[in-house]
Structure formats: structure tokens, C-alpha cells
Design a protein around this ligand. Structure first.
Ligand code: OFO
Length: 180
């Protein structure tokens, strides 16, 4: 068993975030299934893909907590939200979930800074960057959706957007990526 190198308060906060990452996965899973049922198979594939990313995030938290001498607690996950009204609503809600999640990550950064826990501060930076990328990615899909849905040939554009999203990257390029 590793010597404990995080505070009790940090352990609790990291555990809360671990469960939240599992919730994020539930959100993507439910929206993906909804999109599939409504014949948007490309968007569904994209969202299923992102569900796996969120589960990987959950696991990163689990490993970090345990590696730092804490104990990850596997707890109940909140139910997935209600189905969206349409694809536009689905994307807007997805973005809001990511923005809310970014704010939760910020709480970890703040506490790490307050406690001078630089290991956790460093760990959390990966998530800060990830959230920038995810918000950028979803914003770019919303832009595509807005273009497609206001196009005179709306259905064809939406069809093409759905097809393109099927194998779209789960990552967005950000200025920081380009700098390295
Ligand atoms: Fe949406 O990414 Fe996890 O943290």
C-alpha cells in the first residue's frame, strides 16, 4: 500500500470527480443511443467513441488516487439526463456538460494550489488541457450543425455532417498542440 501523499480533502474531491467522469460517460452513452435510435448513426458513433474517452478519464482518477496512497471508492452514478429534443439540443447540452465538468476540474486545481500539492496540480493540468480540447471540439461540431441546418439543402447537409462525424477525431487541435 502506497504511503498517503494526498490530503483527505483532496482524496474526497478526486473521488467525487472520478464518479463525475463516470457520469460524463453515461451522458455520452445515453445521447449516443438516442442518436442511433433516431438514425443519426455518424453522430452516435462519435458519441459512443467519446463515452470510451470519459471512462478512460474515470480510470485515470482511480489510478491516481490509489497511486498516491488514497483509496478510490466506486460509488453510484447519477442517472443519465433526459433525451434531447433534436441534434442541436443534443450538441448544446453536451457542450454544457463539458463546461460544467471544466468547472469541477478547476476545483481540483484550486485546492491543489491552496495545499501546495504540486503533484496533483500537475495531474490536473492534463484535464485542464483535455477540457479545452473537448469544448473546442464540441463547439466546432455545433458550428458545422448550424451551417448544415441553415443550408437551403438542409437534409442533405445534415446527412453529410452525420456521415463525416462517424469517423471524426475525438481530439481537437488547440493552439497549444500546434506550439509543440
Ligand atoms: Fe469531458 O472529459 Fe472527462 O474530464
Amino acid at each position: 500500500m502506497a504511503k498517503k501523499r494526498i490530503s483527505d480533502k483532496m482524496e474526497k474531491l478526486l473521488n467525487t470527480q472520478m464518479t463525475r467522469e463516470a457520469y460524463q460517460a453515461q451522458v455520452y452513452l445515453s445521447y449516443a443511443s438516442w442518436a442511433e435510435v433516431n438514425s443519426f448513426t455518424g453522430i452516435a458513433n462519435f458519441l459512443y467513441g467519446h463515452m470510451h474517452e470519459e471512462r478512460e478519464h474515470m480510470f485515470k482518477f482511480l489510478k491516481y488516487i490509489n497511486d498516491r496512497g488514497g483509496a478510490a471508492k466506486i460509488e453510484a452514478i447519477d442517472a443519465a439526463p433526459k433525451n434531447p429534443k433534436d441534434i442541436g439540443d443534443c450538441l448544446q447540452k453536451t457542450l454544457q456538460h463539458e463546461i460544467d465538468n471544466s468547472k469541477e476540474i478547476d476545483k481540483i486545481v484550486n485546492l491543489a494550489h491552496e495545499e501546495k500539492d504540486w503533484a496533483t496540480f500537475n495531474f490536473a493540468q492534463w484535464f485542464v488541457q483535455e477540457q479545452i480540447e473537448e469544448e473546442t471540439l464540441i463547439n466546432s461540431i455545433i458550428d458545422k450543425y448550424n451551417l448544415a441546418s441553415t443550408n437551403v439543402d438542409g437534409n442533405t447537409s445534415l446527412y453529410e455532417m452525420d456521415r463525416d462525424l462517424s469517423d471524426a477525431s475525438q481530439e481537437a487541435e488547440t493552439p497549444r498542440d500546434e506550439a509543440f
